[in-house]
Design a protein around this ligand. Sequence first.
Ligand code: FAD
Length: 391
Amino acid sequence: MQAIIVGGGIAGPATAMALHSVGIESVILERSSADRAAGSWFTIAPNGLAALDALDALDPVRALGVPTSRNIMLGATGRELGRLSLGRPLDDGTPALSFRRPDLSAALMGEARSRGIDVRYTASVRGAETSDAGASVTLADGSRIEADIVIGADGIRSVVRSAIDPDGPHGRYVGLLNFGGIAPGAAASAGFEPEAWTFVFGRKAFFGALPTPQGDVVWFVNEPHAVISPAERAATSDDQWRVHLAELARDDAGPFAALISSSTVELAADPTHDLPRVRKWHRGNLAIIGDALHAPSPSSGQGASMALEDAVVLASCLRDGRGTPTDRFAAFESARRKRVERIVADGARSSSSKTAGPVARVFQDAMLRWVFRHLVTEKSTAATYDYRVAL
Ligand SMILES: Cc1cc2nc3c(=O)[nH]c(=O)nc-3n(C[C@H](O)[C@H](O)[C@H](O)COP(=O)(O)OP(=O)(O)OC[C@H]3O[C@@H](n4cnc5c(N)ncnc54)[C@H](O)[C@@H]3O)c2cc1C
């Protein structure tokens, strides 16, 4: 069997490696160029790392990751609201790891290529089709490529999802602009605990910071905001964003205002979307995975981890299933739907706690302390973080 994989982010190269290990060869078509640098940092929890390990792809990328064993939640006054482990480490002791998205994506694409997988950059797919004979994609330059199956790993605005169901859902704005950056050499003076994301439910925005072993501090800001136009985004310089973000942090305890002022901005005012329930996961010889299928709000911390799990489960369904590709895609859906929909719903709930209005904010600290004591606990998150897939 031959596969076309549309998208070379995280799910794309992981799926190509998973298919390769069950004897299915593929080509990865990625629209951006190899030296793209989009995105900031995200965390891969032990459930996602176990999927990478199942593909023998954890060791090649491990050194890019910053160990991140827990989250510490603070209120705007600096009072601690709770602490949460990011799950049981892998059997070799590896805790959750945080990666710079473009670095991890490039490393996985490089690893796929080193295994003999055909990786093509600047290959933008315009449409996909299924037929009795197989499946095909059309590229922006008008050329066509055929294979037995097409897997859409093409993110939240998936072209393959539209080919499966033209009336399917689109990304839903969750009311937050996402910023990310890095403050070089700031770890010692900022005073954050090592190996932990420190989160601040601030008065005007939600902040997160992680010190790296190299002495830098990686940070992000989620600002409650109406959706912003691409023109407004393009017209705002990094200096202007730094001033804006420092102003958002000014009335909160902690070093964020100073930290951001001395930072490189890596992601500016990215409107955060999630994807409500996707009714059709596949049609004929077309299927989707990763964010194309179940983009959670970044608040879930599970986008990349779920994409990696998908890759492993899809390959095992294609290897072990019977009948047509459609039958095997149906087995994938049965194995995955309940889990991914629960995680997307959890992420949406956690986003809404970052967009509290002024009245809710008065009670927010007390409410969040209760939530982190009784609702969002190591017990309640174990089903997400301690899940393990194998090939
Ligand atoms: C630019 C960018 C920045 C991000 N930054 C962050 C971040 O800072 N923090 C965070 O938590 N999450 C971030 N994410 C989301 C995170 O990467 C995903 O939730 C997760 O990794 C799931 O990966 P995925 O491979 O399914 O989707 P994605 O990572 O979105 O990858 C999809 C890939 O498909 C490619 N693609 C899309 N359409 C086409 C097409 N028509 N033809 C060919 N290729 C196509 C895209 O260029 C992209 O490389 C970002 C995603 C993107 C695309």
